[in-house]
Design a protein around this ligand. Structure first.
Ligand code: SF4
Ligand code: SF4
Length: 217
């Protein structure tokens, strides 16, 4: 049977997941623990964000999208993911969850939806931050009108997200990349070390841009 043709998006996602799995396979228990400790404050943030979503948005989203099958949230084919998003979801997944993701990415996506949309929702155990932080304009207008306190809480979440992903200071999404670079990782998603925009921001903030990441022997 001829090999399945997959999109560049699927291929790049597979490259990153495989690179993460290959390196994790060689890490000691202490090194895995180090990674988990790095991710912990971010996971606390994500739990709070999930609680916020359940409290304020889930009713609206269910009626607007899930009951009508019109969800715009997962209706994009190529959602942006960071390398650290992928590491963090691998850390929070069982081997069979990762296997399902790898199998899904290895097939061509014949839908108009995100490739990660599974029969029971998103296949990621910890969804990419760009998905978790997305609420459509209509949902925000409606929810903020009926719950004004949700608007100021949302502002707080936007600020907190920057503590993890906006490299004007040391942030965990950058640090996790650095951790894997020490093991010689190669991935199309190392934006904190490859994206001109993020490198410029780091440089303007006095952070090292061409880091001498010391490779592990
Ligand atoms: S945020 Fe908007 S598009 Fe996404 S599920 Fe809710 S109502 Fe639908
Ligand atoms: S990664 Fe998950 S949450 Fe994000 S768009 Fe795809 S299916 Fe939806």
């Amino acid at each position: 049977m001829p090999p399945t043709r997959i999109s560049d998006y699927n291929r790049d996602q597979l490259i990153s997941f495989q690179a993460i799995l290959d390196i994790m396979d060689k890490l000691s228990r202490e090194e895995m623990e180090e990674l988990k400790i790095m991710a912990r404050p971010y996971l606390v943030f994500r739990q709070r964000l999930d609680d916020y979503h359940s409290r304020y948005f889930s009713d609206y989203c269910r009626k607007a999208c899930f009951d009508t099958g019109l969800s715009a949230c997962c209706g994009f084919e190529s959602i942006i993911t960071f390398f650290s998003d992928q590491v963090i979801t691998v850390l929070g997944s069982e081997p069979e969850d990762i296997e399902t993701m790898i199998e899904t990415l290895s097939r061509s996506n014949n839908t108009r939806n995100c490739v990660y949309t599974g029969p029971n929702g998103c296949l990621w155990k910890v969804r990419p931050v760009s998905c978790a932080m997305f609420f459509c304009h209509e949902a925000k207008v409606s929810v903020f009108e009926s719950h004004p306190e949700a608007e100021s809480l949302w502002g707080m979440f936007l600020d907190q997200e920057r503590d993890f992903t906006w490299p004007t200071k040391v942030v965990v999404f950058d640090e996790i990349e650095k951790f894997f670079l020490r093991y010689g990782v190669s991935s199309p998603h190392l934006y904190f070390h490859r994206s001109p925009g993020l490198l410029k921001l780091k440089s303007e903030s006095g952070l090292a841009t061409e880091e001498t990441v010391r490779r592990k022997p």
